[in-house]
Design a protein around this ligand. Structure first.
Ligand code: NZQ
Ligand code: ZN
Length: 395
């Protein structure tokens, strides 16, 4: 194994830590851009608590509200403009992954003269990878993406119907203030999509990473088993704070780089899903749920032994003399059944996505993330035909 790992984000985790927001922000600057979504934080009371803490610490506030799920580059432009105009010195994201992602790119865009869309990778020439950003503080209200403690952001462009990624060290939040109580108001469907998203973050590296990473395999299995134990409890009873805590920490551990360290893993299922939610504005976790089992069945053909290992370690499925492929497929069936049991769609139709644009999703996926050979990286690497096949079987 050869790798480098560094995650500079400080995490402060626990119920009522939101009360420390003002103290945390004061370390970074006197005026904050407060970024929020479509109103959930106002309804839940999180917004009032955040503002109260900021004001008590003497922080001046400018606001960018109304960030959409699957956040749009137009909102990023608006927020960056507000940050510049108002002289903000720090960006505070209070919301789900969409708010956090948009806030990160606003923080970088506030330090960049060009158009922020040029920071997102969509096959363009002369892309600008950000090297500086205003300091960022994340306060997640939904357990899913792990954006609160990673350097990535995913933004959509309405004009081109593309959803693209940026990742750069300057986008690591300075602090993630993680108060699981803030997730108690997340409805059951979004809670379940978050569970699917976090599990998919680790299945991606489990199935697409390099060989010979047994420690990472066990970390990934730990995240999956924890999410499968506590996720259904959080879906069944949103006020179960213990379940909310475990799911929240699992979601952070799933994508703060620790589980992936040394695996050098691409994220093919994510890349395909992003092309779908760019067109249909569906929840990212719901899109993943619709396609991941189909991708697994496709990939198991090349590496049945890996999927048989997953079946054995996650579901206790024995190979039982019938061959690796049979065990692999049983494990995938059980995984799909788990997703269905918590209310995630397990087909594109169930996710509200028709089959008409399947060729287009495959083309967009490759436009955004083809490697030097023109393939979608993964195990196996995929051609356009392969992506179409997976999507057809996900219908
Ligand atoms: O907009 P508001 O009103 O806040 O409502 C949101 C939204 O409607 C609501 N919500 C959030 N917190 C709530 C709440 N409702 C009640 N109570 C609360 N406490 O939930 C809805 C979905 O929110 P969103 O932020 O869109 O969900 P999520 O956290 O799943 O983020 C999804 C976005 O993150 C990207 C996805 O592609 C998608 O755009 N991702 C970001 C990643 C990253 N930065 O590392 C990795 C992921 O793989 C993913 O691609
Ligand atoms: Zn994801």
């Amino acid at each position: 194994m050869h790798f480098q790992y560094q995650n500079p984000t400080r995490i402060i985790f626990g119920t009522r830590t939101i009360e420390r927001l003002g103290e945390v922000v004061r370390e970074l600057g006197p005026k904050a851009l407060l970024v929020t979504g479509g109103g959930s934080v106002k309804r839940s009371g999180a917004y009032d608590r955040a503002v109260e803490s900021l004001r008590a610490a003497g922080i001046a506030i400018a606001e960018c509200d109304g960030v959409e799920p699957n956040p749009r580059i137009s909102s990023v432009r608006r927020g960056a403009e507000t940050a510049r105009r108002e002289g903000c010195r720090v960006v505070v994201a209070l919301g789900g992954g969409s708010v956090m992602d948009a806030a990160k790119v606003m923080a970088a865009a506030a330090c960049y003269e060009g158009d922020p869309w040029n920071m997102l990778g969509h096959g363009q020439e002369g892309r600008h990878i950000p090297t500086e950003a205003l300091p960022i503080v994340t306060v997640p209200t939904l357990a899913a993406t792990g954006s609160e403690m990673n350097a990535g952001a995913v933004i959509s462009d309405q004009e081109s119907t593309l959803k693209a990624v940026v990742s750069a060290p300057c986008l690591y939040p300075k602090t993630a203030l993680v108060d699981p109580e803030l997730t108690m108001s997340v409805p059951p469907d979004q809670t379940a999509y978050g569970v699917c998203d976090l599990i998919t973050h680790v299945t991606e590296s489990y199935f697409n990473g390099v060989d010979g990473t047994p420690v990472q395999d066990r970390f990934a299995e730990g995240v999956i088993l924890t999410a499968m134990e506590w996720g259904p409890r959080a879906v069944a009873d949103g006020r179960d704070i213990e379940a909310r805590e475990q799911v929240q920490w699992a979601s952070i551990a799933a994508l703060n780089g620790w589980v992936q360290a040394g695996t050098l893993s691409p994220f093919p299922v994510h890349m395909i899903e992003h092309s779908i939610s760019a067109h249909h504005d569906i929840a990212h976790g719901a899109g993943l749920s619709a396609i991941n089992p189909s991708w697994m069945r496709f990939a198991a053909r090349t590496r049945p032994e890996r999927f048989a290992l997953f079946a054995s370690r996650i579901f206790g499925v024995p190979e039982g003399g019938r061959g690796e492929m049979a065990a692999a497929l049983e494990g995938i069936d059980r995984f799909e059944a788990f997703l269905g049991s918590i209310g995630c769609p397990t087909s594109l139709t169930a996710a509200g996505v028709g089959g008409e644009l399947i060729e287009r999703y495959a083309e967009d996926t490759l436009l955004i993330s083809a490697n030097a050979q023109g393939l979608l990286a993964g195990r196996p690497a995929m051609t356009k035909k392969d992506i179409v096949e997976v999507l057809r079987s996900a219908r």
